[in-house]
Design a protein around this ligand. Structure first.
Ligand SMILES: C[S@@+](CC[C@H](N)C(=O)[O-])C[C@H]1O[C@@H](n2cnc3c(N)ncnc32)[C@H](O)[C@@H]1O
Length: 355
């Protein structure tokens, strides 16, 4: 196999731009091309990103930059640039929008740099469609009151799956009809695999993050909004409803590395212990990945019929050298160690294709 050449910073930004185009954000797609060109030309972007050029592709440099600038826009600290951001009532325009973006980088480099150190703490409640659907694959033996744990939980918006209504083809649905968060068109593919779990009860909601976001504070809500792409109204609607839910249903997100948190997860008789994660592994150190993997194996070994354990991971995976990366829901439960791929999802969760 030919070793892959690491992408240059501008190459990684261009790749992110292509992903934004594919994911329905023409504004961020256009901005990424401009940012990459400006990086190559040594413009203000190169100066702002100078200390972060070592970041690898998975560290999502482009999304850090776009999130940092969006935060300034939301805080009304970005001057005329706000006129181009649909999230604050503006309208994107390629030429004039880029000129205002570039001017902001040149005028306020430190304010932008302040948002570059942390990975994007996007909290995309659409990903519940995949994780909740994973629970609907569980056999009866695993269907006990759920003690839910999440690695890399950001604001913890995925810790309330029992308050989310997912609907799909053929009348498939999960969650209360009057749920606070609605995910229509959540699923495609082999939806017959989803077995209803109407009395799903979540008795514990615990997550961890290296830098948790508190969705009940103005600062936390601004952070989560900053990582939501400005020209995607359907994601804004999901975020709005998830934030309202978070204000009502508490969930604890602890400051902890994923491996340390995983070590603290235990099994309790009469309950199903679920450990799940979404789009976080790419930011972990090798030690964290190894530590989480070890703990999952221990918990699978320790599980009993009275205290089942389930691991669900929604992460980008390459299934074969010649196949593109796909965000895949991988599951492990029961006494066997079998990992199974249940389906693939759009990076922001919906729709999920089962099978
Ligand atoms: C892209 S966000 C995804 C958040 C959430 N899982 C979701 O899907 O909406 C990735 C999160 O992983 C967190 N993270 C990165 N490295 C971590 C680590 N070693 N331990 C715990 N959390 C980590 C980041 O702070 C960030 O909030």
């Amino acid at each position: 196999m030919t070793p892959m050449t690491p992408l240059t910073p501008s190459g990684a930004v261009r790749q992110q731009g292509a992903a934004c185009a594919a994911l329905g954000s023409p504004m961020y797609a256009a901005l990424c091309v401009r940012v990459a060109d400006d990086l190559d030309a040594g413009g203000p972007t190169a100066d702002v990103l100078a200390d972060h050029r070592h970041l690898r592709g998975p560290d999502a440099l482009a999304l850090r930059l776009l999130g940092a600038v969006h935060r300034l826009v939301l805080e009304r600290r970005a001057g005329v640039l706000a006129a181009f951001y649909p999230s604050v009532g503006g309208t994107w325009a390629d030429e004039a929008g880029w000129a205002a973006f570039r001017d902001l980088l040149a005028a306020e480099p430190d304010a932008v740099r302040a948002g570059l150190d942390l990975p994007p703490r996007t909290n995309e409640v659409g990903r519940v469609a995949a994780l909740l659907g994973g629970l609907l694959h569980l056999p009866d033996a695993c269907r006990r009151p759920v003690r839910l744990h999440e690695l890399g939980a950001s604001g913890g918006l995925l810790l309330r799956p029992d308050h989310v209504r997912c609907t799909g083809p053929g009348g498939t649905a999960a969650g209360p009809e009057d749920a606070a968060v609605a995910l229509p068109d959540a699923w495609t593919g082999d939806v017959a695999r989803l077995r209803p779990w109407p009395d799903l009860e979540v008795v514990l909601r615990r997550g961890c993050d290296l830098a948790p976001v508190d969705p009940t504070t103005t600062d936390g809500r601004t952070t989560l909004a900053a990582y939501t792409w400005p020209d995607q109204p359907e994601r804004w609607e999901r975020l709005r409803s998830a934030l309202a839910l978070a204000a009502r249903v508490p969930a604890a997100v602890e400051v902890a590395d994923a491996a340390d948190f995983a070590a603290s997860v235990d099994l309790v008789d009469g309950t199903t212990t679920v450990l799940w994660q979404a789009i976080t592994e790419q930011y972990w150190s090798d030690g964290t990945t190894a530590g989480v993997g070890r703990r999952i194996e221990e918990l699978l070994d320790a599980a009993t019929p009275d205290a089942p354990f389930v691991h669900l991971a929604l992460e980008p995976r390459r299934r074969g050298d010649d196949r593109p990366c796909a965000v895949t829901l991988r599951a492990a439960w029961g006494t066997g160690r079998d990992e199974r791929d249940l389906g693939t999802a759009a990076p922001h969760g919906v729709p999920v294709r089962w099978g």
